[in-house]
Design a protein. Structure first.
Length: 384
């Protein structure tokens, strides 16, 4: 079958198996080029199939020489419908890692569920004994609670609505968007989906089962961003969830002090991911920050960020005053943010290519789904 990209709004409904494999191959090659450091050897990655989660799995395998278990929720191919990009990414990673001599086992299903936790814990017990690192990179829009009720996260503000520029990804037009206010129940539900509750459940379940090693490390991911995005992100409904995530890191370190567990938050850079593409205002900001950071030689993608986290920041315990790793350190540099602020009011549909890297945004977007790699033959028949 010949697979072409089919884009609807901020998602692509097709994925290219060979392109996804090329994406994984390039990320592995990057980490191999950087060499190894001493680090954890048995790593569980929850949310391991795309973006930062996939990059984390690759970075610890090829940065520490670690064996990994990955958990994700992806769809396999059905009829003429391709599998999701995460499905192809996972298969490619497992195959290449095995060829390189690494254990790489993946579970596909609901990472929030007790059933998945039990299955993964059984496997850790049987295959490893214990895990010495847990990476929590879950990015789901909804969650089924233990009692069967479903809760969904919302992209809304807190307190008052917010209007600012955004980019319509269907047309590349600069428009205005007004983000509505979340009510108390929506904020609570967003915290349940995107906060630290499930992360804590995983750690607690692993500790109770005796599969969490003494002195283990656990890391979850967050974002703060610049002032222009604070109403929709840092101070919005998602931001409330991220505050809960941070509070959970403090709680876990304190409560599991007897096991010498270290729980961290890594605040990462704004990048094109399947999550960020859905957030109003953020895609426009990303196209501007790409332009500025590429010109300054500071740009990083997911794999560069995670390689730097696991082989530089974490081994040196290089944290800020709140105990967080700051992978957004280059993005939030004063000179970078001053340049973005100076063009924010000037950018229009007509000059977006002058002030922003919209082509770079779209290249990253398509490559998430395995398209636009220069060494992949997209006119060839592929087995989906």
């Amino acid at each position: 079958m010949i697979v072409e990209p089919k884009v609807k709004g901020f998602i692509c409904t097709t994925a290219h198996p060979e392109g996804c494999r090329e994406s994984v191959r390039r990320q592995i090659a990057y980490c191999k080029s950087k060499g190894m450091v001493e680090g954890p050897k048995k790593v569980l990655v929850i949310g391991s199939s795309t973006g930062y989660g996939l990059a984390s799995r690759i970075a610890v395998t090829y940065g520490y020489g670690a064996d990994t278990i990955g958990v994700s929720f992806e769809k396999e191919a059905k009829g003429k419908r391709t599998a999701t990009a995460g499905w192809y990414n996972t298969k490619a990673f497992e195959q290449i890692a095995a060829e390189d001599g690494y254990y790489a086992k993946s579970f596909n299903g609901d990472g929030f569920s007790k059933e998945m936790k039990d299955e993964v814990i059984r496997t850790i017990k049987n295959d490893w004994g214990q895990a010495d690192m847990v990476i929590y990179s879950m990015a789901a829009p909804r969650r089924t609670m233990p009692d069967g009720t479903k809760v969904s996260s919302v992209l809304k503000t807190v307190g008052e609505e917010f209007t600012n520029k955004t980019i319509d990804l269907r047309t590349n037009e600069i428009t205005e968007v007004t983000v509505p206010v979340a009510n108390d129940e929506e904020i609570k539900d967003t915290i349940k989906v995107m906060g630290g509750e499930d992360w804590e459940d995983w750690i607690r379940a692993m500790a109770d089962a005796g599969v969490l090693a003494e002195g283990a490390t656990t890391v979850a991911y967050s974002y703060i961003g610049p002032v222009v995005t604070h109403p929709i992100y840092k101070d919005g409904s998602i931001g409330q969830a991220k505050k809960h995530l941070y509070d959970t890191s403090v709680k876990l370190t304190k409560e599991f002090a007897d096991k010498n567990l270290k729980a961290y938050i890594s605040v990462n850079k704004a990048l094109v991911t399947q999550s960020s593409a859905a957030i109003p205002i953020v895609p426009l900001y990303i196209s501007l920050v790409y332009k500025v950071m590429k010109e300054a030689g500071l740009h990083e993608g997911c794999i560069e960020q995670m390689q730097r986290l696991f082989t530089e920041k974490l081994p040196k315990n290089e944290v800020d005053e709140a105990g967080r790793f700051r992978l957004d350190d280059w993005e939030l540099r004063e000179d970078v943010q001053e340049k973005i602020a100076s063009v924010w009011d000037k950018v229009t549909t007509e000059n977006i290519k002058e002030y922003g890297d919209i082509d770079g945004y779209w290249e990253d977007f398509y490559q998430m789904f395995g398209f636009r790699y220069d060494n992949v033959d997209y006119s060839a028949d592929v087995e989906i």
